[in-house]
Each structure stands twice: as C-alpha cells, then as structure tokens.
Design a protein around this ligand. Structure first.
Ligand SMILES: Cc1cc2nc3c(=O)[nH]c(=O)nc-3n(C[C@H](O)[C@H](O)[C@H](O)COP(=O)(O)O)c2cc1C
Length: 207
C-alpha cells in the first residue's frame, strides 16, 4: 500500500510524456490555468570561464524541439558568461502546484532574425529601455539611467526602435531535464530525462 494520501497525485513513468519538451509544455499550461503569475519565469544559472557561477531569473520566450529560448543584453554578466562558457542550467518553480522542473545543457546564440522578431513585439518603452541600459554595469545614479532613457527616446522618436546590437537571444539545448513533484513524508517524485543517441531515457531518482 502506498504511503501517499489519495489527493497527493504523484508522477509515474506512464503519466509522464516520453518527450520532456511536451511534458514541460503541459506543466506550463497547467501552471497558467492555475493562475500562477509568470509561470515562464526561470532561474538561469551560468558560469564564467573559471567556473564561477551566477544566477538570476529570466522569462522563457520560446520552447520547441530546439530548446529553451530567452533574450537578454549580450554585455550583461550572463551574456559575458555565455560567450566564455556556453553552458547553462535553469529551474522553474510552481510552488502552488508543488512542482519544479530543472534542465541543463549547452547554449547556442539565437539568430538575429529571431531576436528582431521578438524585439518588435515589445512595447516601445521596453525597446527604449534596452537601448538605455548597459545591463550589469555600475550606474552613478537613477538620474543617469533616466537621462540615458530620454536620450534613447530622442534618438528614436517614433515607433521604429530597432534591435540594439548589444541585445539578443540564447537557446539552451537541454541534455537533461528533471521533473519534481512534492509528495507526503518528503517522499517526493523525481524523474530525470537524459538525451541519448536513440532519444530520451527516463529514470526515477531518490528524492
Ligand atoms: C521575473 C523576472 C523576469 C526577468 N526576465 C528577464 C529576461 O527575460 N531577460 C533579462 O535580461 N533579464 C530579466 N530579468 C532581470 C534579471 O533577473 C537580471 O537582473 C538581469 O538580466 C541582469 O542579470 P545579470 O547581471 O546576472 O546578467 C528578470 C527578472 C525577473 C525578476
């Protein structure tokens, strides 16, 4: 007999999609339906050439068989880390559902066309902000930041605010995924997908 209560719906090999991308999409949709704000927010870990890690949240802006897409300032700490060491890990947490998904793998730059296409969907103010921000650099004051924003606004007075050269996307190409579901008595369910030559291998892990 299971130690879990009847309302503690766990994970089984059969309930998980054999394709982790489809499984992640399913969980994202369920998080959205559950009313969770920004279910696509993920903590993104990178490391520099010497292996020193750093972590911050970003929004996932694309998910398909090619991997997990996000956009950022290329000169930011994460942008510089990824230029030196193109590997990343990311983790989503949907606390209300007691679910977590982590993934890791090499990172590829997204094409300029993809970055252009996404950048055009952003409001003008956000596009101006991308021109104004030297992300992760020290700034002397709030006033200096706002002056940079005004300068960008004067430089691009209309709707046409182009993609800055220092802004772009990255795609994590996951080699592993882990799906975690909290269960009673800390006997949580964990399943790891590992990419192999013949597709994805799925195995249960001790919690
Ligand atoms: C929920 C949330 C979503 C965010 N999304 C992004 C994003 O998609 N891209 C981005 O560059 N920064 C995003 N940020 C800001 C980053 O967390 C971070 O402060 C910034 O990118 C600089 O990080 P770095 O200096 O480590 O490179 C987000 C912050 C939060 C809290």
């Amino acid at each position: 007999m299971s130690v879990a209560s009847h309302d503690d719906v766990g994970l089984t090999e059969r309930s998980l999609d054999p394709d982790p991308i489809r499984q992640l999409r399913r969980w994202l949709e369920e998080a959205e339906r559950a009313g969770i704000a920004f279910p696509e927010a993920m903590a993104l870990a990178t490391a520099d050439a010497r292996g020193r890690p750093s972590v911050r949240h970003v929004l996932m802006k694309g998910l398909d068989e090619r991997g997990v897409l996000f956009f950022t300032n290329l000169g930011s700490r994460k942008g510089r880390d990824l230029a030196e060491n193109p590997h990343a890990a990311a983790v989503f947490l949907w606390r209300e559902l007691d679910r977590q998904v982590s993934l890791a793998g090499p990172v590829e730059p997204a094409s300029r066309e993809e970055a252009e296409t996404y950048f055009r969907t952003r409001p003008r103010e956000a596009r101006l902000g991308a021109w104004a921000s030297r992300q992760s650099q020290p700034v002397a004051s709030r006033e200096e930041l706002e002056a940079a924003y005004r300068a960008a606004s004067e430089r691009f007075p209309g709707e046409d605010v182009p993609l800055p050269p220092h802004w772009g996307g990255f795609r994590i190409v996951p080699e592993t995924f882990e799906f975690w579901k909290g269960r009673e008595h800390r006997l949580h369910d964990r399943f790891r997908y590992t990419r192999g030559p013949d597709g994805w291998r799925l195995e249960r892990l001790y919690p």
